[in-house]
Design a protein around this ligand. Sequence first.
Ligand SMILES: [Zn+2]
Length: 303
Amino acid sequence: MLIIQHNLFIWSGSSEKIISKKFGELVLMEYIWSFLEREWVDAADKSILDSQTKFDEVSNKVAKALKNTGGFLNELAGNEPIALPHTLWFGILDLAQNLIQRSSLIATYGLCYYLAIESLNRAPSSFIQFKSIELLLHLYNIDNKVFSMIEIDFDQYTQKLSENNLEDSLEKFRNLLTFVKEKYLEDLKILSNNTGKGKEGKGKNLNQNSYLKKEQISNSNILDVIADEITCPISSEPTDQLCILKCQHMLALSNLKKLKQKICPNCREKIEDNDIRYLPQNSIYKNLYTKFLNLDIFYLQLN
Ligand SMILES: [Zn+2]
């Protein structure tokens, strides 16, 4: 996974411009989605309690081991190797967080936002909850206008927990949310102290209620941007199978096959078969498809 990311960044960063940065990010996002999709299926198979118990067990073990630091290594060696469940899931969310840092594409932010939301909703343990919250706070820190709805998302999540009578989980999640927010603020402080400039302005109100805009902010904007990225200019529909042409324009594979003249419908550059790059977006498309449909309904209502 990391190797794929590394290669893509080198690839897209090279002066030859074999693939554009945007293309690289879209490919990477598709990978991330397809990996997490598998994790979600796995998680759905097991009960929430199962994973949470396992998680508590492991974290207790770590806490115990940390208390008597003297025998720390012995303790670790004596026990079975510590295997936190869902480390891959956690790692992928971390990768997404990393990607946000380097990216300037709103579509990438948006895809990471939905990644975090879906992960939070399916989170089998506080381990994943923690990372999802962190990712959302991170997005908020990058653009607090676009991602001003995260507080509503947290509210909705807690509401969901209380509706399902998961009092324990609810209490745990509230504590976790406070904890992660505080931790994130600390991290920001350290960052801004180190660089001596910049970021403190953006995130400073994070733990005050002043930034909690209670008005219903529609997240259709982000969806719109994502949909745009995977929309074929011929059919004007989001699609799961795109092709990138040499001129960096793209169109749906199915429409490429239908072209009578092999020229780019956008800039009329001749299409050479060797220069077509296939860009699958199956996982992203599959997971966001219903949201795109709602988007259409949303716009129908507007008009
Ligand atoms: Zn073109």
